[in-house]
Design a protein around this ligand. Structure first.
Ligand code: UFG
Length: 337
């Protein structure tokens, strides 16, 4: 297949790129503006197989259209987006313009240039604060921040545009696979998460273990949960990456669909911290802090659909593995052994 990946110099995109390259079965082109993605990640992956990289902002619709009309891709996997919840509250238009408006343009060009499959990175943040804590693909989507809203609007745009494309072109219309990611962490060894000012729990904990932070703050200990701290469904980035390949394969013989991608198992903030101490053998300082705005108490996937319908087989389903791989990557970035 000829596949276009947007934003594949970033954390999740680079792991999907790696697995696609390892199949040896595809002709791949990456576009990334390197806003948060790293050229080093792409350079590292060039060792596996050749692919094209074009430094391009997807807001540049003229260039994007030129590329997509000339290359006639079979599939687009769209990662390029801003992902910081707090920033999205302060700068909502930044999120709506890049995550939503640019996605709409990309979808338009994809349909017009004959793309058959469109895989989209969505998020559990589209569910907002679900009452029961466990969400299936059919659960109400009521995002509580502009980041989640920007992704939910994109989902709607993709669904409507694909329905119209199918109505017009029948079997030649574009199909979508929407993946709603839960809490992604870990690394595959050679590539990983490498943003400054990290806010994600496992990244923060690893920085603390490496001595780059003095302590880890627990944001809220009075939630309605097992131990009073928030519970999340942590998934290893390599398993999240393989879900993209499974959904792409699924679409070749099935209709468009939406999939939660998590393990359906939850860990509290305190459980993550305890596990990190055990895995690393380092006892770091933990402080109680007030709740962080916008955090739901519990967010767990009902992820039975992707397991039932696709060939996806998670291989790294262990919090120890997720944390130890994230820590190994953190040490590598800091030249620690
Ligand atoms: N937390 C702390 N201390 C920290 C960092 C985080 O206690 O220093 C807590 C948070 O309050 C939360 C939990 O750890 O309860 C997980 O927080 P993260 O920041 O790691 O992740 P989030 O659950 O906030 O959000 C992530 C992604 C979203 C996605 C969501 C889906 O950033 O895009 O997972 O579950 F939607």
């Amino acid at each position: 297949m000829k596949i276009l990946l947007t934003g594949a110099a970033g954390y999740i995109g680079s792991h999907v790129l790696k697995q696609l390259l390892e199949t040896g079965a595809h002709e791949i082109c990456v576009v990334d503006n390197l806003y948060s993605g790293k050229l080093e990640a792409l350079q590292c992956l060039e060792k596996i197989a050749k692919f094209d990289f074009i430094k391009l902002d997807i807001a540049n619709t003229a260039e994007l259209e030129k590329l997509m009309v000339a290359r006639r891709f079979d599939a687009v996997i769209h990662f390029a987006a801003f992902i910081e919840v707090a920033e999205s509250v302060a700068k909502p238009l930044k999120y709506y313009l890049n995550n939503t408006a640019n996605t709409a343009n990309l979808v338009k060009i994809a349909i017009e240039s004959g793309v058959k499959y469109f895989i989209f990175s969505s998020t559990a943040a589209t569910y907002g604060e679900p009452e029961s804590g466990v969400v299936s693909e059919e659960s109400p989507q009521m995002p509580i921040n502009p980041y989640g809203a920007s992704k939910l609007m994109s989902e709607r745009i993709i669904k409507d545009a694909c329905a119209a494309s199918k109505a017009k072109a029948g079997a030649n219309g574009m199909k979508y696979g929407i993946l709603r990611y839960f809490n992604v962490a870990g690394a595959d060894g050679e590539i990983g998460q490498n943003y400054p000012n990290a806010t994600h729990l496992i990244k923060v904990v690893c920085e603390c273990i490496c001595g780059a932070r003095e302590s880890v703050s627990v944001f809220g200990s009075d939630y309605e949960s097992r131990d009073g701290t928030c519970e999340r469904d942590y998934i290893h980035v390599c398993d999240l990456a393989s879900a993209h390949l499974a959904v792409l394969e699924y679409l070749s013989s099935h209709e468009s669909d939406v999939f939660n991608v998590g393990y359906g198992k939850d860990f509290s903030v305190r459980e993550v911290i305890e596990c990190a101490k055990k895995v690393s053998g380092v006892d770091f300082k933990v402080l109680d802090a007030p709740r962080r705005a916008g955090d739901p108490a519990v967010l767990i996937s009902n992820a039975s659909k992707i397991r039932k319908l696709t060939s996806w087989q998670p291989r790294y389903q262990s919090l120890e593995l997720i944390i130890s791989s994230a820590l190994a990557w953190e040490k590598k970035c800091r030249n620690l052994s």
